[in-house]
Design a protein around this ligand. Structure first.
Ligand code: URP
Ligand code: ZN
Length: 498
């Protein structure tokens, strides 16, 4: 009889395609066998996990996390390092994160930024990780480095911003990035908000003495997101359907425009995040300065908008549900949300509140408890599509024997935990709050397993994995819906000549 390193017996396995009671056998770092339920309960194995009544899924892949970034916006610095951010990730059922290697505007090279990110992450991660390049200065040097990103470096995606003075690219710069990305088969992620209009609105609100956190939602008006989304899609179309992914989409008009482009066959992909499903703009109006805990960009919108985003997750408009984890400490006047508070502005100035929320650990439990997605779709948007979109499939995001890494999340049987209120002291990040404090949940990852090793055992020591076990992942080019295979070679003009 074969002997295994780990057997997970009696669970209900869920992939993006199937829900089936079956046992999972692991040897070394790989899943090696899926077998009828209960059939491996007596197998020779170093470790047996009885998952009776619980779901067993591919580990979560959070493809949008900001860790240990330089202070890009002039104020605030990340609460989470690669160590604390990935520790928090595994406690929330994730086995892979894709973080950013941010190029600063005054620097030419993106490879140098990548080297800096590697130096911070190496040896410090609890889960596997990759990088997206963040392009703030599409200098000739940076663009000339794209072939190396996709080739030797295994970095097959990049992000650009249409807002934030420190990061914003003009349309002509975005076109240069898209063209170079197309040539190197890099997927371009776009933060779509109209930065110029946003700055104008911010000035007007401040001139009217409207400084409190809630005015952040006024400045980041939904129309600025849908306009920029439309423009990003138009720029991608101008370059003969160069693939793009709209990140952290928060409002329905943008989602409709994305859907329309998808229906027309454009390679336009989209992501939404828990803050747009579980928070609203009313959360920015919490007493005193508390609303700052929910300041992110784009901001949370309305309840009706939440419902529209859930529909978009179900109908395929959104390929992925990511956290956009970008944590700043709240009660921290040197590096956190309170850098924006002064005697003259006791409830802060919204323009100076560092944008971003912690969420890598709560993404899966919140979405699981909401029961708004069929289990297969839950796996698809939280793991499998991320693996495909970012060139990790089928090694990650699936459970194919002999092929997939043994990256798994095991949930408790339904009802085993009862209902409980989430509190920040349950979490493993270095932020001093969660925007979801007090939220009712009814499940939590019981085990997180990374390449065959249990790294999170909620009832048996919590974090049991080791810092440094997480490996850097060189990624292939995106494979979701064959985006590079179907991309039109012919445009309205000869792209090769540009
Ligand atoms: O507010 C946000 N989303 N902060 C993180 C940075 C970004 O734009 O993704
Ligand atoms: Zn963004």
């Amino acid at each position: 009889m074969d002997s295994y390193d780990l057997v997970i017996a009696n669970g209900v396995c869920v992939t993006a395609a199937d829900v089936a009671p079956c046992d999972v056998a692991v040897k070394g770092e790989k899943i090696v066998l899926l077998a009828p339920s209960g059939s491996l309960a007596g197998a020779a194995t170093k470790r047996l996990i009885d998952a009776e009544g619980g779901y067993v899924m591919p580990g979560g892949i959070d493809c949008h996390v900001h860790l240990e970034e330089p202070s890009l916006f002039g104020q605030g610095s990340s609460a989470d390092s690669f160590e604390s951010g990935t520790r928090s990730a595994v406690a929330g059922g994730n086995t892979t994160v894709v973080a950013f290697a941010p190029q600063q505007k005054h620097l030419d090279s993106v490879l140098a930024a990548l080297a800096d990110a590697h130096a911070l992450a190496r040896g410090n991660c609890y889960c596997d990780y990759g990088f997206h390049t963040l392009v703030a200065n599409p200098s000739p040097t940076a663009l000339s480095e794209f072939p190396r990103l996709a080739g030797g470096e295994g970095v097959t995606s990049l992000k650009v911003y249409m807002t934030y003075a420190a990061l914003q690219l003009r349309d002509d710069e975005i076109l240069s990035v898209l063209l170079a990305a197309r040539r190197s088969r890099l997927l371009t992620m776009i933060h779509a908000e109209n930065g110029d209009a946003l700055a104008w609105l911010t000035d007007r609100l401040e001139a009217a003495h409207l400084f409190a956190p809630r005015y952040h939602a006024h400045a980041h008006a939904p129309a600025l997101e849908s306009e920029a989304t439309h423009r990003a899609i138009a720029l991608s179309a101008l370059l003969a359907g160069t693939p793009i992914l709209l990140v952290h989409v928060s409002e329905p008009a943008a989602a409709r425009r994305i859907r329309e482009a998808q229906a027309a066959g454009q390679p336009v992909f989209a992501e939404t995040c828990p803050q747009y499903l579980f928070l609203t703009r009313d959360d920015l109006d919490r007493p005193g300065f508390e609303g700052a805990k929910c300041v992110c960009a784009p901001p949370p919108r309305t309840r009706a908008d939440q419902a529209a985003l859930w529909r978009g997750l179900r109908d395929g408009t959104f390929a992925v549900l990511s956290s956009d984890h970008c944590a700043f400490r709240y009660d921290d006047a040197a590096a956190g949300k309170k850098t924006s508070v002064s005697p003259a502005h006791p409830v802060g100035r919204f323009r100076h509140i560092p944008n971003g929320l912690p969420g890598v650990e709560t993404r899966l439990p919140l979405a699981f408890a909401a029961r708004k997605l069929p289990p297969t779709r839950f796996v698809e948007v939280s793991s499998t599509n991320a693996a495909k979109l970012y060139g990790l499939y089928p090694r990650k995001g699936s459970m194919i024997p002999g092929v997939s890494d043994a990256d798994l999340v095991v949930w408790y049987p339904a009802g085993a935990l009862g209902e409980f209120a989430l509190t920040n002291d349950m979490l493993h990040h270095d932020a001093d709050y969660t925007p979801y404090e007090g939220r009712t949940l009814d499940n939590w990852p019981r085990y997180t397993i990374l390449r065959g090793q249990v790294v999170w055992d909620r009832d048996g020591g919590g974090i049991v994995g080791e810092k440094g076990f997480g490996k850097f992942l060189k990624r292939e080019r995106s494979s979701l819906h064959g985006i590079w295979e179907t991309v039109e070679e012919e445009g309205p003009f000869d792209l090769e000549a540009l």
